[in-house]
Design a binder for this molecule. Sequence first.
Ligand code: ZN
Length: 96
Amino acid sequence: MIKSQFKDWIKLTTIIAENHQEVPDIECPNCHRFGINYQYVGDIKSRAGFLDIWCNSCLNGIHLSRTKAPETVSMLPFDAVEEYKKKVPRFTPIEP
Ligand SMILES: [Zn+2]
């Protein structure tokens, strides 16, 4: 069950890449509410870093390391620890 859910979360990365800034209408694969948010963190120049996607309703999500942020999405630099903490809640990572 968890395995198939991870795939659903991975699908969200495509939607995020295509939808640029805001992702208000993505349904959570876990609780099926519309509370998905995401944050890319990494090197602003190369756009390489990691991606967190989480649900604000049930606080489940995924953490993807070694990913590349599309040019169109907002990204935090690695050293923006405070901003990261403010934006990203402590969510339960879904494992593949
Ligand atoms: Zn949820």
